[in-house]
Design a protein around this ligand. Structure first.
Ligand SMILES: [Zn+2]
Ligand SMILES: [Zn+2]
Length: 278
């Protein structure tokens, strides 16, 4: 596969991915042979146009238009896994990558209005003619609700000592690093302010549930609670180190520096310089 051909395939996947708001892999070949053949042709044409020096810019503009066309074409035979975002052909019922049940509709069908039948541009959420919510948007919401419910069920099992997250965003996962050490990931698409507010709100919920600052260097980003002799910690200090709109909150069992019951010692009487000579 030549450089240009790879670039076009990447372009088609990007165009579809952008429209439906997910990063998907460039596997257009598998999706429609028709689109794949057309892409080969387009790559050759562009190479010829460039070779004939009929202008690189013109050739690229043509290519850009073709890529949009192939993206729409590919979407007719494409399903995208709601769990791992892997694109696959329309005949599949389950994701070949992770086994998740695939949506009934292809990416293109997801943009067909159930009320008036209009084929909207892929990635559209509401019908451009009648305003009805489109199947892809409904499926997306359902998938999100299912994922939230799954994470909450895991929460009951793995994090019973901590108040539940109910501060908005989309719960992506609970991850276990080692025994009694977990993190949750909450996504706030392109909204870092909402992410900040939600984390602050969660700290308030923790405080209301008996968590508090503790240790020698107490800070609001590290809260602790002792239950039956065990000290539980919630870490929101490092929660935006990856992404400003993706909160990663840590949960573990550990004592704060200096100990949970650390009491600041009384300030010592100041020693004056002259005291040294007494
Ligand atoms: Zn999958
Ligand atoms: Zn409609």
């Amino acid at each position: 596969m030549g450089f240009l051909e790879r670039a076009i395939r990447r372009g088609v996947s990007d165009a579809v991915g952008k429209a439906i708001g997910k990063a998907i892999e460039p596997t257009v070949t598998d999706l429609t042979n028709k689109a794949a053949n057309a892409i080969d042709q387009a790559a050759q044409n562009t190479e010829q146009q460039v070779a004939r020096s009929s202008g690189l810019e013109g050739a690229m503009a043509n290519l850009e238009r073709s890529v949009q066309g192939y993206a729409t074409e590919a979407a007719k035979n494409m399903k995208v896994c709601p769990n791992c975002n892997k694109p696959t052909t329309a005949d599949k019922k389950f994701c070949p990558e992770c086994g998740t049940k695939l949506p009934e509709q292809t990416v293109a069908q997801g943009a067909v209005c159930l009320n008036c039948g209009k084929q909207n541009a892929i990635g559209t959420k509401f019908c451009q003619d009648c305003g009805t919510k489109l199947p892809a948007a409904i499926a997306e919401e359902q998938a999100q609700a299912d994922r939230n419910a799954a994470v909450m069920a895991e929460w009951d099992e793995k994090l019973p000592q901590y108040p539940k997250w109910n501060c908005g965003g989309q719960l992506r996962y609970i991850e276990c690093y080692e025994e009694n050490t977990y993190s949750i990931g909450v996504e706030f698409k392109n909204n870092p302010q909402a992410a900040q507010r939600a984390v602050e709100q969660y700290r308030q919920i923790l405080l209301q549930n008996g968590f508090r600052q503790a240790g020698q260097y107490p800070i609001i980003e590290q809260l602790f609670k002792r239950i039956d002799g065990v000290v539980y910690n919630v870490d929101t200090e490092h929660c935006f180190e990856g992404d400003p709109d993706f909160a990663t909150i840590g949960f573990c069992i550990r004592e704060p520096y200096g100990g949970f019951d650390y009491v600041k010692p009384e300030p010592k009487k100041k020693t004056s310089f002259m005291d040294l000579f007494k």
